[in-house]
Ligand binder design. Structure first.
Ligand code: BG6
Length: 279
């Protein structure tokens, strides 16, 4: 596949292959392992939007801790625990099927090695369309190419870079949420939405737009095609048990994930687009 002038393939032994994008609007980096956006830094403010753990494995031996992991065709643990959490495409090698510089930015389409995997019976075609412009726009497109309907879940599991988790506010998220840390109890979203402990929440029927208000800047997140917004921070004890988190890494990250967690039925020939725009 011919890459466009703003895109370079970085390939080194024992390290995941990455696309580096440097166009008029932004710098960005995409790992082919996982079809995983690692970095987005718009030139107008030169501020990195995404967070990567200092201890993340970057050799393809484990899903990357940070950036925008693609969860598909299930979200969280599978009913059958022999299958990996968050599906199987985040640990696959993806390839570029389209790459073009346009007036709005660079468009890159990636597809996973295979959409077939143990734990999922549907016949699907999946691709990730990433547009690197003034904003980062990511679309995860799922198409039913089989002869019967299937049900799937998915997420664009973005890790956002923040200055201090204890000073951050999440604006634009309200209503009820499912608390994954309290046996799935349904609780009311706090207002203001701040953080002082481990957080793992599924907000159902969220609005399209929310904002992470950090101390000296804000990051805007638009979601489309989702039924949930998942908000996650592992805090101190959980991080200590994770081999790919440093003891203080939780302080500078917040996951706000545009997700399908309630099971989306896709009819034969139907296409679904789950999207997130980061500004
Ligand atoms: C979140 C889940 O989406 O991802 C959490 O809600 C989970 O429960 C977190 O711990 C990280 O998952 P993983 O598989 O990348 O460690």
């Amino acid at each position: 596949m011919q890459l466009s002038p703003s895109v370079t393939l970085e390939s080194h032994p024992s390290v995941i292959d990455c696309l580096e994008i440097n166009n008029a609007f932004a710098f960005a980096k995409i790992s082919l392992f996982g079809g995983h956006v690692l970095s987005f830094c718009p030139k107008h403010d030169q501020r990195e939007r995404l967070w990567i753990s200092d201890k993340s494995k970057l050799d393809g031996s484990k899903a990357i801790r940070g950036g925008v992991p693609v969860c598909w065709p299930w979200f969280g643990p599978h009913n059958d625990t022999q299958y990996p959490a968050h599906g199987y495409v985040r640990e696959q090698q993806w390839h570029v099927t389209h790459c073009q510089d346009t007036v709005k930015g660079t468009e890159i389409i990636l597809a996973p090695e295979t959409c077939v995997g143990a734990g999922f019976d549907g016949l699907a075609a999946v691709c990730l369309k990433v547009t690197i412009g003034k904003q980062l726009h990511i679309e995860l497109i799922t198409e039913n190419i089989g002869n019967s309907p299937f049900t799937f879940n998915a997420a664009l599991h973005s890790y956002f870079k923040i200055e201090d988790i204890e000073q951050v506010r999440l604006n634009g998220v309200s209503g009820q949420y499912i608390d994954k840390l309290a046996q799935g109890n349904v609780l009311q979203t706090p207002s203001p939405y701040t953080f002082s402990a481990e957080t793992d929440r599924i907000h159902l029927n969220p609005l399209n737009n929310c904002q992470i208000q950090s101390t000296s800047y804000s990051t805007n997140i638009q979601s489309d095609g989702h039924d949930s917004l998942v908000v996650w921070n592992p805090w101190i004890d959980k991080s200590a048990g994770m081999s790919d988190m440093t003891h203080d890494g939780y302080q500078t990250m917040l996951c706000v994930e545009s997700a399908i967690t309630q099971g989306r039925v896709l009819a034969v020939n139907e296409k679904h687009c789950l999207a997130q725009t980061i500004a």
